[in-house]
Ligand binder design. Sequence first.
Ligand code: DON
Length: 569
Amino acid sequence: MPLFLCLFLLLMGCSHKVKIVAPSTTEPRVAHEASSSRHMVATQGEATSRAALGILERGGNIIDAFVAASFVISVERPQSTGIGGGGFLLYFSKSDHKVYAFDFREVAPIRSFAKMYLNKAGHPQALLSQEGALAVAVPGLVKGLHEIHTRWGRLPWKETIAPAIKLAREGFPLYNHLQVAIEDRKQILRLDDDARSTFFTSRGEVPLLGTIIYQPDLAKTLEIIAEEGSDGFYKGKIANSIVNTIKNRQGIMSFNDLKNYKVKERTPVEGEYRGLKIYSMPPPSSGGIHVIQILKMLEPHNLRAKGPQTTDAIHLTAMAMQRAFLDRALYLGDPDFHPVPQASLLDQHYLDKLSTSLNRTHLIKAQDLKPLSLPYESSETTHFTLADKEGNMVASTQTINGWFGSGVVAKGTGIILNNEMDDFAQKVGVQNLFGAVGGENNLVEPGKRPLSSMSPTIITKDGEPYLALGSPSGTRIISCVAQTIMNKVEFEMPLYEAVAATRIHQQWFPDELKIESPFLSQKVENELMAKGHKIVHANLGCSVQAISRTETGWTGVSDPRGEGLAIGR
Ligand code: DON
């Protein structure tokens, strides 16, 4: 549109821009958006953002800041992540212009087996993989952080853990999300003596907002790890406590499981989108493949011309998500156990076919959606994003899965153990905590990594970092990351608006289009229903943490839906 026409329309009070619907935030926008010509940090925790920035300011490099942020967020968001869990890292290294991917995802114990969560009649027992000792997979976080730091860290290991030890010992005021999570999981947490003494009042009640939460046992555990490196976790006193706690509660993890845990360096999954290069997490995460599939399916449909949050744009986006999630259920799993047809899923001809299949005025019902043939091929979580003055970027998603994981604390250590076993399929076609159905490739096998949706993503433009992001929230992560990229790249929204805009989610099964609050206009929702979408209003739970390059440095945004902090200097 010519500039003079734009100005005229603007003066008339009718800009051509569509007003974007976005959740209102209770906190000032200032905490959620920052810009800087040097370092930038966006995380889900205030103490975490400040600690990571402090490390960069003291001369630490981006890997030191990544390690510090990982340990502090483990203390600050014990409901979401921790050293009893695992995660993924994507790292753009400026010195060699290369993106590295690391997998420190949890693995199934040696004594696990495919039918371990079925009763005698063969029926799934959902709670067994979600609560208690059988839900726990072998944690990978500490080994991941230690190996990555040994390879690239600049500051001494101990210095990167110091801020987390201080926070665990000195405590922090209880905030809303942590209080909601304690309330939600109070039945299971009260069964564990250590969890009860940390997260409840002496009378066993959920504490009031602002009550200081101290984690002295975790502080001691972190001190051991600071002294001994990852051996301090996988061997000796801490390992004893983990194994004995699990044994006493009828679990199956052993010393050998801990001793044998291996971190994996993986090759990032790559895609081209509107002239940009996308790098994201490969299997055992499904995130990278499906974020790229969704973007590539939509690219030829020119959503920019239709406008964001219009019926057509949402209808197409939801159908692209539906296609991607069908592929997820059919083909994805741990590539070290079953080949994932990654090249075929991202093959241009296949994506063209998927894209053409979206030319429909009506949604196809989940049970009627047929997979397209693949071309032949020779074969509660947290996220933070960092950037530094040298031009390095980090995107890392880490988790213990559900709120407070399995609800089991390794006695005397303050370590909340994950319930990542629930990311496996208990049985083909059975839904997990996030309603996702799994296929053959994602059944439990000893030593196998459960399928993830975590999608730490880094996008480059002309070889230089342009945008890095990620989010928690199970299968919704894929939709939230893909939509944020579309908002920024396709609809050219400023980063804050791209993160804040109302999001949708479609995961093939259940056959629903989830729309978060504030909802889209009644007119758009009516039109979507007429196209066959069953609309469900729901909180999607995502908390996108994103950093993008600007003319003068970086802009950082911590999702206004959460308590996070974007801060730069
Ligand atoms: O790996 C996954 O996809 C899940 N375990 C992530 C869990 C999650 O995001 C929970 N967040 N709120």
